[in-house]
Write a protein that binds this ligand. Structure first.
Ligand code: PLP
Length: 234
């Protein structure tokens, strides 16, 4: 657990350095702990160490860790692929759904939020590398959805999220991060109803400094906080 606190401090220092180099205020960039496969005690250690929020990928893990108090003290976000039949478990239980990757999901979230009479903050996930293996809107589709957000009054579009391709070399994703930032700026300039575009969620363990250099306002970091995940042991 001490290790987690040290890791968070190390990530914070690297974030501040990247912000300073880019002439940005470190205070405008949030650190989201991507907590998949880490138990509640470890997630809570990251919260105590001062991350700004947690991001959970799987509905089952979210439902297990929520009542255990894993996130107590900080907001939790949903950042993974969300099946429409599990939307009811997530809407109202998380401060932000970052991974709205298709219109069908947006419609299901709207319906669930309307039923609860709440407004659910969301981000649109953009498949910025146009990878067949990843879900998400094209930039053009994201623009169209943003223009139609008045049709979804129980959702609030707060920005964009992206997971670019795995980079072959350092800095390899900078072009994708720059494209995401331009898309955010372009959508914001339209001043669509029910759209704020305050949040640009991009950058992970291997590339968050490049994401910060290109306008990220939230990085999602797993490995650099919790250590390597051991997928074999599930
Ligand atoms: C796991 C995950 C991260 C963090 O990845 P690391 O490389 O471990 O920092 C970020 N975003 C999403 C959506 C993830 O699933």
């Amino acid at each position: 657990m001490e290790e987690i606190a040290k890791n968070v401090a190390r990530v914070r220092a690297a974030m501040a350095e990247a912000a300073r180099k880019a002439g940005r205020d470190p205070g405008e960039i949030l650190l989201c702990a991507a907590s998949k496969m880490n138990d509640s005690a470890r997630v809570q250690a990251a919260v105590q160490a001062g991350v700004d929020c947690c991001g959970e990928n799987r509905v089952q893990e979210l439902m297990e860790k929520l009542p255990q108090g894993a996130y107590t003290g900080k907001p939790v976000h949903f950042i993974g692929h969300l099946q429409t039949n599990k939307v009811n478990k997530v809407v109202g239980n998380v401060a932000l759904i970052q991974s709205v990757d298709r219109e069908e999901l947006l419609q299901a979230i709207e319906k669930a939020a309307a039923k609860l009479n709440i407004v659910q903050p969301i981000l649109l996930e953009v498949n910025i590398g146009a990878e067949a293996s990843k879900s998400g809107f094209t930039p053009e589709e994201a623009m169209v959805i943003a223009s139609r957000m008045a049709e979804f009054p129980h959702c609030k579009l707060e920005g964009l999220m992206a997971i670019p391709p795995i980079s072959e070399e350092p800095g390899g994703n900078s072009k994708y991060f720059a494209q995401m930032h331009q898309l955010l700026v372009d959508i914001r300039a339209k001043k669509y109803d029910n759209v704020s575009m305050a949040c640009l969620s991009m950058g992970m363990t291997d590339d968050f400094t490049d994401a910060i250099a290109n306008g990220s306002t939230m990085i999602r970091v797993g490995t650099a906080i919790f250590g390597a995940r051991h997928y074999g042991n599930q």
